[in-house]
Design a protein around this ligand. Sequence first.
Ligand SMILES: *[C@@H]1O[C@H](CO)[C@@H](O)[C@H](O)[C@H]1NC(C)=O
Ligand SMILES: *[C@@H]1O[C@H](CO)[C@@H](O)[C@H](O)[C@H]1NC(C)=O
Ligand SMILES: *[C@@H]1O[C@H](CO)[C@@H](O)[C@H](O)[C@H]1NC(C)=O
Ligand SMILES: [Cu+2]
Length: 611
Amino acid sequence: MNQTKPPFSHGYPQTPKPKHFFLAELSVIARYKRQTLEITVDLSTRSIVSNNVYNGHGYPILSNAEQDRAGELPHEYKPFVESVRKRGLNLSQVSCSYFTVGWFGEVKKTKRTLKLQCFYTNETANLFVRALEGITIVVDLEEMKIVEYYDRANIPIPKADDTEFRALNQKPPFGPKLNRFGINQPDGPGFKIDGRVVSWANWVFHVGFDIRAGPVISLASIYDMEKHKRRQVLYRGYVSEFFVPYMDPTADWYFKSYFDSGDYGFGQSQVSLKPGGDCPENAVFLDAYYAGETGTTEKTSNAFCIFEKHAGDIMWRHTEFEVPGIEEITEARPDVSLIVRTVSTVGNYDYIIDWEFKPSGSIKFGVGLTGILAIKGATYTHVDQIKEDAYGTLLSDHTLGVYHDHYLTYHLDLDVDGVSNSFVKSNLETVKVTDNSSPRKSYWTVVSETAKTESDAKIKLGSKAAELVVVNPSKKTKPGNEVGYRLLPAPVTHPLLLTDDYPQIRGAFTNNDVWVTPYNKSEKWAGGLHVDQSRGDDTLAVWSLKNREIENKDIVLWYTIGFHHVPSQEDFPIMPTLSGGFELRPTNFFERNPVLKTLPPKQVQWPNCTT
Ligand SMILES: *[C@@H]1O[C@H](CO)[C@@H](O)[C@H](O)[C@H]1NC(C)=O
Ligand SMILES: *[C@@H]1O[C@H](CO)[C@@H](O)[C@H](O)[C@H]1NC(C)=O
Ligand SMILES: *[C@@H]1O[C@H](CO)[C@@H](O)[C@H](O)[C@H]1NC(C)=O
Ligand SMILES: [Cu+2]
C-alpha cells in the first residue's frame, strides 16, 4: 500500500488543482450475500483493483434505508401489536427507532442485528420522550425480520404534556422576547468559494464531505504577509469517531453505547440547515452527496453553511496612558472569524460541528449538543420515591434522563509548514530556589521533551501542566524557535467505565486525551473500520501498541473532547445547546502577531438610516 500522501498544494487555488488528489482510487465497503466486501476501484480505468471479503469482527455502517425498514417491522408483528393493545395505545401512533446492539463478550461471531425501541406519538412530535419501556425487539438485518421479542413490564408511558417543541403548538405566554437583529455586509461576503475550496482573509482550505465523518477540512493553509507566501497548517481534519455510552446497566438499556460515526455515519446523519435558525443570514450553503444503499446518489441539501461571524469580540486591544506627551492611546480591533458549520441529527440528539478559522491563525473546533435527551420511562413521579439507583435524573412524571457521555475523537493530520513534524510536550515544572539567590522560594519553567515514539505521546491531561505543540523541527523563526501549532484542550473529561468493560474496550481510543501516530492511510477510524458489533481489535489504542517512531515524521494528532452528561430539568423537553470546544493555535509559527497590521474597520453606513 502506498504510504505517501499527495503533496500539499502551495498557493491553492493559484496553482492548477491537483486532480488526482482524492479520486484516483475509491474504496467501497459493501454488504453482498451476507458478506462484507472491501473493494478498491481505480477510477481512471473504471476497474476493480482488489476485492477482499472481510472476515473479522464488526459490520459496516448501517444504511438509513435498512434502519427505516427495520423500524417498520413491529407494526406487522403480532406479539408487538398485542403489547400495544394491552397498553391501550393506538398502533398507528407508535414509532420505532433503531439502536445498535454493541458487543458484550460474545465469543462466537454474532449475527448482524439491531434493537428497536418504540415510542408513542399521540399529542406530541417529541417522540423520544414517550418510550414504551420494557419491550425488547431484536431484528436480524439480513433476514429483515424480528428474531427476539420480550415484553417485560408495563411501565407508565411519560405524558405528552409540556413535551412539544414546535412553535405552532406552544401556548402563550411566549418569551423571553428577543429583538430582531440584522447583519449588514456592505462590501459583501469576504470569502470566495471555488468548487469546494474556500478562501477568506489569510486562509485557504477545502471543505469535503464523507458519509462516515461528515465534514472533512483539508489542505488548510495560511498566508504569511511577512514571508509573502502561503504556509501549510492542516493536511486533513475530521471527527474520526463519536462514542456515546449510556450508564444504565439494566436489560433494556445496557447495550446503549453508540459509535455515531462507525454505526450510523455522522455524514449520513447530517441534516439540512435552516437559514436564519441554524445559520445567520449572511451564510452560504453547500450540499452533500453520498452513495445510498444500492449505489444511488443521496443528497442532503444545505448540509453545510459557511459564514463570517462577527460576534462582538475583541481581536486585540490596548489602552496606554504612560506615553509622555500623548494623553491616552486606545487601539482595538474587532474579531471576525469564518465558520463552517454542519449539524448531524443522530436519532434524538443534534450535534453542531463548527470549524472556526481566525485571521490570527487559530482554528477553533466547536461542538454543540442539543436536541432531545434519551428518556427512560419510569414509575416515579418524585425523587422521594427513588430508593435504588435510577441511572438518571427525574425530569418530569415517569421521565428519567439517563446519565451518559459524549466523546468526539478528532483526527488532525497537521502538516505544520511541511509534512515532517514532531510532537513536543513542554512541561511546566516547579523549580525550588534553595541557594538563597532570590527572596522567592519557587518559580516554574518550561522543560520540553520531544516524543520519540507513540507511547511518549499518549497524554492524559490534567495531572501535569503542559503545552502540547506540533512543531516542524526543520523550520525555525528568526530567534530560533521551532515553528509550531499548539493544542488548547477542552476541560478534561476522562472515561469513568472500567477499561475491561465491553463498551470501553471498543471505545479504548478515549483512554487518552491525546495520541500521536505516524500517518498511515489505513488508520482513519479511531474505533476501527467496521465498528457495529466490533470487539475493539482495530482501534487507535491497538494500532499505537506498535509504538512506532513519530519524531520528524508525517504525524497525526488525535484529540478527544468529552462531555459527562448528568441531565437536568432544563434539558427537557429539548436541550438548550451545551457548547464545548478546543483550539489549535499558532505557536512561534509567525515572527510576530499576524494581525498587528489589521486596520480598524470603517464605519458601516446603514441604508435608510440617519443618526
Ligand atoms: C389512531 O391514530 C390515527 C392517526 O393519528 C387516527 O387517525 C385514528 O383515529 C386513531 N384511532 C383511535 C381509535 O384513536
Ligand atoms: C391521545 O391523547 C389525547 C389527549 O391526551 C387523549 O384524549 C387520547 O385518549 C389519546 N389517545 C390514545 C389512543 O392514546
Ligand atoms: C498501517 O495501518 C495498518 C492498519 O492498522 C497496518 O496493518 C499496517 O501495518 C500499518 N503500516 C505501517 C507502516 O505501520
Ligand atoms: Cu448528552
